[in-house]
Design a protein. Structure first.
Lengths: 411, 539
């Protein structure tokens, strides 16, 4: 009557059953990070245990700006895209023109759903004419696979298989050179190259999320620890320090970079329709290439532009005073609510009080005067309410020559 | 002779919710219940010494928190313990679990399909969007679209505005959601059979439809609108069994001065000059009341308790055609030890959640085929829980109570009434299925209660044993529930109201029908409703 379940040993699936015992697994670098984690200050990054800080978030920030900071980016979602149609496929999925991305180069890009709303932003690495790596905050496998229908391309999620590190700061180049990555000095901004490591290969790109001189390194997970040790040894005299996300988040804000689901809500998660954002509404309009033919969301974007239905704009703000305006409301003439600050800080590099905010057009777009932020600063269980003048300023908030200098400086 | 302000027929959770609100508004309310205990389909019964059985409903989520607060149910002993997940066992000796943790959930799905693991977020987003649209409607009386009363127009406008507030894509999805089969709906997100079967069960539960029948997608939505103490979508066990819900309601009702008479079966509603005047009990005793509220389902109320001549033809015809088909049964089991499932690691939280064995859409649909042929499913769909893994009050230490919801069970077997032999055969289909996955299961059984639609109808009073007092398909929802023109808890008989799950928004131990009916009654009596919390905000 009933189907008898097979007594046969279960498939390879069974081996993965035990994940329920470790809800926040570590990354391939975890043994090294755990050894340095004096604050035990963890957060959940895409299902992994990741450090907010390791020993002192202030000093970790200064490690980015005056030394070399090592940050584990393994939890970032990574897709391997390979095949004769890989370029055509990515041209269809993402906003920028992928035919202009040469092998050995990286670009920052974003992609939209059919409504033209941003699904995510991320970096696209062209490792060869037919092989790419797409890195993102969120997970998109069904979307990517659906977009690949009819194209000769394979898309595979490789987040766990590939470990990643960001090495950022003025001495980053010197660290790599001292760690004997021969030829790394030839990497210009957004270049990629492969280097031998531990009988395998590490891919190094001159990229980062800090606005500083820096590199990102990707290595098969099984060689992660030896890569970490190699960098730490190479950087011993260059002030290399491991850091957590709080420090990185400050650096990225100074660099004017946005974070998905912090500065905008991704279309994959927004349950309220008015939270959806088109690229033009979050400062990513520059990526849209209408010359390249069809891409996901193109029609909706063209129509919204033509009908002037872009309702929001993302801007950089400089706010008077020194009190961070985190999640403050933005007002026009101190009375009309026109937007919200999504990230804010006192910038040690710019010596200014900076913020990223989303405003309802025309505010921030054609009306940029007489904008104010209302800061609710909690001090010993009382809100100190401050109404401060805000000025729309271009991003990035800081521009460091060492980021782009060639050859990179030996600090 | 005493005349009560209101007589509530049936001491189920909705009858008690209704009675509580009326009593707290200052009315003198009597609840009459045919059984020797209150609870209806939310009961805990000691059917064998030491074991409490949640012998009808068995898990809690949809009960409205506004009602819990208004009626002070925590003070009267109600506590709901949320559970940790669940699983579908697969025939290859593995299982697919549902975990509360978002990333564990994804990793578990990735064991079967990386693609489907990453599709879950979009699925959850779309279901959440739909819930946000429907949820505020649960605690409102559905508008009558044929009426031009200002209130109905206002409510229609509210509905229209909410609908207009959706994006074009969402509107399309809403209409699809209300009409699609759960199978077609899941196909838009997932490609792995066991993952679809895992989600589909919420679409067929309590419904005489298969996963491939149109209309089942909404049933799934109905089951997503719950929470346990603010944890949205969570399900839990009422400590002490589901009877704890009605026990707390009864205590709240009595504390506010209400009266309950058990063992008092109503024979009929007395109607004079078109108005309800009270009830006559099975023994012939007449009880007078200024108004009568029926917690019984719409068929039982109007086809058994009210004389046909009192009702308009079209109303009667619609009541007769109201779909309240028997589709499920219950097997409640006392166990002398915790069953083992070799597929499941011993420390798995799945033991504390809901377990299922139907691992493909086809198996689920085949189970329904048996129902259509007027047989119980040879390979039934089970929703099985062991509440004693989290609630030590329901069984002696080390022993367990297991509740098995079983689908499909037809109202009649091959055209005839259920016999005791049929009932045994039905039970065997369940025990055989569990034993396939849990060796030695039979030896652990201390006592067993088997309830086919026959037993559920006879004891609880639910027509054909239908757990929702009428199917939750879109033709029987909102202003069409239970029948068009009578969706506002009133009936063709003046002074006779309905408050059971046959009315909007339906079943699932929500309490909302009982509460909404009380609001209408108090409005007719021009009594204040300040003691009734408005629906919680959905922002």
């Amino acid at each position: 009557m009933n189907q008898q379940p097979a007594i046969a040993p279960s498939s390879s699936r069974a081996a993965a059953q035990s994940h329920f015992r470790t809800l926040r697994p570590g990354t391939p670098f975890q043994p090294r990070i755990d050894a340095l984690a004096r604050t035990n200050d963890w957060y959940n990054w895409a299902g992994y245990r990741a450090p907010h800080s390791l020993w002192d978030e202030e000093l970790e920030y200064f490690a980015i700006r005056s030394q070399a900071a090592l940050f584990d980016i393994s939890p970032m979602t990574k897709y391997r895209v390979e095949g004769p149609d890989a370029e055509a496929f990515l041209n269809r999925v993402t906003l920028r023109d992928v035919t202009k991305l040469r092998p050995g180069r990286v670009h920052y890009t974003a992609w939209c759903d059919d409504g033209g709303f941003v699904l995510d932003d991320g970096t696209l690495f062209r490792l060869s004419p037919t092989r790419f790596r797409l890195c993102s905050q969120e997970r998109h496998l069904p979307w990517l696979l659906d977009s690949a229908i009819g194209l000769d391309v394979a898309v595979e999620e490789e987040t766990e298989a590939v470990a990643g590190l960001a090495l950022q700061g003025p001495t980053a180049f010197a660290v790599l050179r001292d760690a004997r990555f021969a030829g790394v000095e030839r990497l210009r901004l957004f270049d990629i190259a492969e280097f031998p490591h531990d009988g395998d290969t590490v891919i190094i790109s001159r990229t980062g999320f800090t606005g500083d001189l820096g590199y990102e390194l990707f290595v098969p997970a099984e060689h992660a620890l030896s890569l970490w040790d190699r960098l730490m040894l190479g950087g011993e005299l260059r002030g290399i320090r491991a850091i957590g996300y709080t420090a990185l988040n400050r650096a990225r804000l100074e660099a004017g970079l946005i974070v998905a689901n912090a500065d905008f809500t991704t279309s994959g998660h927004a349950v309220r329709p008015n939270r959806l954002r088109m690229p033009d509404e979050i400062g990513l309009g520059f990526m849209i290439d209408l010359e390249k033919g069809h891409f996901n969301g193109r029609r909706a974007i063209v129509s919204a532009r033509a009908k002037k239905r872009l309702r929001h704009v993302l801007v950089g703000l400089e706010i008077e005073g020194n009190i961070p305006a985190e999640h403050a409301m933005v007002y026009y003439r101190k009375s009309q609510e026109v937007g919200l600050v999504s990230a804010a800080m006192w910038s040690p590099m710019a010596k200014r009080n900076i913020a990223i905010a989303s405003l309802a057009r025309p505010f921030g777009d054609t009306i940029v005067d007489d904008l104010w932020v209302e800061i609710y600063a909690m001090r010993e269980l009382q809100y100190q309410k401050l109404m401060k003048r805000a000025k729309v300023v271009p991003r990035p908030f800081i521009k460091l020559d060492r980021r782009t200098a060639n050859p990179p400086a030996d600090f | 002779m005493k005349s009560w302000d209101a007589i509530v027929i049936g001491g189920g959770h909705n009858g008690l919710v209704n009675a509580c609100y009326l009593q707290r508004a200052g009315l003198d309310v009597l609840v009459v219940e045919k059984n020797g205990w209150v609870g209806g389909a939310a009961t805990s019964r000691e059917l064998t010494p030491g074991f409490l059985y949640s012998n009808c409903s068995y898990v809690c989520s949809l009960f409205r928190p506004e009602i819990m607060r208004d009626l002070e149910l925590p003070r009267f002993g109600l506590q709901v313990i949320s559970y940790e997940g669940g699983a579908v066992f697969t025939r290859d000796g593995d299982y697919l679990a549902n975990y509360r943790d978002h990333d564990a959930h994804r990793r578990e799905f990735a064991r079967f399909s990386r693609r489907d693991a990453e599709a879950y977020d979009r699925y959850a987003r779309d279901v959440t969007r739909q819930c946000r649209f429907i949820q505020p409607l649960l605690m409102r009386t559905a508008p009558d679209p044929t009426s031009f009363r200002p209130r109905d127009l206002g409510e229609l406008l509210y509905l229209g505005k909410k609908f207009a507030g959706l994006s074009a894509e969402e509107m399309a999805l809403t209409l699809r959601f209300w009409t699609m089969s759960i199978s077609d709906f899941l196909d838009e997100y997932f490609e792995t059979d066991v993952i679809k079967a895992n989600f589909a069960l919420s679409g067929i539960i309590g419904t005489a439809l298969g996963p491939m029948s149109p209309g089942t997608a909404y049933v799934l939505l109905h089951h997503y609108m719950g929470e346990v103490d603010g944890s949205v979508g969570a399900w839990g066990y009422a400590r002490g069994g589901m009877g704890a819900v009605t026990k707390a309601l009864a205590a709240s009702f009595q504390a506010s001065g209400g009266t309950i008479r058990t063992g008092a079966e109503v024979d009929h509603v007395t109607i004079r000059r078109g108005k309800a005047r009270g009830v006559v009990l099975a023994g012939g005793e007449e009880i007078h009341g200024k108004l009568v509220v029926s917690n019984a389902d719409v068929k039982r109320t109007f086809l058994k308790l009210v004389e046909e001549k009192e009702l308009p033809d079209i109303f009667l015809r619609r009541v007769r055609n109201f779909r309240i088909r028997g589709s499920s049964g219950k097997v409640n089991i006392a166990l002398d030890s915790l069953p083992e499932f070799p597929a499941l690691p011993k420390d798995s939280p799945v033991y504390r959640g809901d377990m299922h064995f139907t691992d493909s859409m086809e198996r689920m649909e085949r189970a329904y085929d048996d129902w259509k042929a007027a047989r119980w499913s040879a390979d039934p769909f089970l929703d099985m829980v062991i509440p004693t893994t989290l609630d030590p009050t329901m069984a002696p230490s080390g022993k367990h109570f297991m509740s098995c919801f079983v689908q499909y069970a037809p109202p009649k077997v091959n055209g005839g009434d259920w016999t005791d032999a049929d009932r045994d055969g039905f039970a065997e289909s369940v025990i055989a299925q569990i034993s396939d996955y849990s060796p030695g299961f039979r030896d652990r059984i201390v006592h067993m209660e088997v309830r086919t639609p026959r037993e559920i109808e006879a004891e609880v009073g639910l027509t054909e044993g239908n757990i929702f007092q009428g199917e939750l398909t879109f033709d029987q929802l909102l202003f069409n529930r239970p029948v068009p023109g009578y969706a506002q808890y009133r009936s063709p008989v003046a002074g006779l109201y309905m408050c059971g799950s046959s009315t909007h928004p339906g079943g699932g131990v929500m309490g909302a029908p009982g509460r909404n009916a009380a609001a209408e009654i108090l409005s007719d009596l021009a009594k204040p409703t300040k003691h009734m919390s408005p629906a919680h905000d959905v922002i």
